[in-house]
Design a protein around this ligand. Structure first.
Ligand SMILES: Nc1ncnc2c1ncn2[C@@H]1O[C@H](COP(=O)(O)OP(=O)(O)OP(=O)(O)O)[C@@H](O)[C@H]1O
Ligand SMILES: [Mg+2]
Length: 251
């Protein structure tokens, strides 16, 4: 495969493909006695507007894979493209720019800044990128908070709202930059069933309305079954990638 310049879009790329992985490997502590080959030849594509569950037992490599997809870590070998941009060979600055332009993150623990208001937490990715948010950006952040049912909480500090509400703030924050890809690592992992269902419904809604691709790690089969596609990892290998309705036989 030819090496495109990192900052140029690959003209031949299918514009519907948001994420493309080709034979990605991750080896921690390579060439030391602690060497751990965690991901093996991972190849997959995620297209615009897809909602994908990433499942597998603890230690199977889900977070490691999500961190690679989100440019939070680098692969040991293989190629990873985001919207046609080949990320291997990029400088840290180029990776940061691509990450902040194209990717939104939601983690199990929301990493909100407790002293800041709900609104300022949602605006944070824009503030980090552009400085003071514009009126339009502020309006969009308020629109998202309205969508996640938190319109009346926008000026509250985030330590005065519930865990489910905090996770909804984190979802609004992940969408404020209008990313083409949202990566969520067990976003409902520390929520009760009802809050988890509500948070998941928000992902479904944003997936349809904004056509952003979403890859969501979950241990909850009830939620993965609601994603049209499931990718299952076992010991760092993809053992299933297909329609979620066909998966239960593997559980
Ligand atoms: N920074 C690291 N250094 C060395 N090994 C690591 C590192 N991060 C993860 N690993 C190893 O990689 C393997 C996969 O870990 P990972 O966190 O990706 O699993 P996971 O599927 O997300 O598990 P869980 O469901 O428990 O979150 C584990 O064996 C883990 O010990
Ligand atoms: Mg994990």
């Amino acid at each position: 495969m030819s090496k495109a310049q990192p900052q140029t879009l690959n003209d031949t790329a299918d514009s519907q493909v948001v994420l493309q992985l080709d034979k990605l490997n991750k080896i921690f502590n390579a060439e030391t006695p602690l060497q751990n080959h965690v991901l093996h030849d991972i190849s997959l594509q995620v297209r615009r507007g897809e909602l994908v569950a990433l499942v597998g037992t603890s230690g199977s490599g889900k977070s490691t894979l999500l961190n690679l997809m989100g440019l939070l870590d680098t692969a040991s070998s293989g190629e990873l493209r985001i919207q046609g941009h080949l990320t291997q060979g990029m400088t840290e600055q180029q990776r940061t720019q691509l990450r902040s332009e194209s990717i939104g993150f939601v983690f199990q623990f929301h990493h909100l800044i407790s002293a800041f208001s709900v609104l300022d937490n949602v605006l944070m990715p824009l503030m980090l990128r552009y400085g003071k948010p514009s009126a339009e950006q502020q309006q969009y952040a308020e629109y998202l908070l309205n969508q996640v049912g938190l319109a009346s909480f926008i000026h509250q500090p985030t330590n005065r709202i519930s865990g489910g509400q905090q996770q909804r703030v984190a979802i609004a924050r992940s969408l404020v930059t209008r990313p083409s890809l949202v990566l969520a690592d067990e976003p409902t992992g520390n929520l009760d069933t009802q809050a988890a269902d509500e948070v998941f419904s928000l992902f479904e809604r944003f997936n349809v309305e904004h056509q952003c691709a979403i890859v969501i790690v979950t241990h909850d089969p009830r939620l993965s079954e609601r994603c049209p596609r499931t990718i299952r990892l076992t010991d760092g290998h993809i053992v299933y990638d297909g329609a979620s309705v066909d998966l239960p036989s593997l559980y």
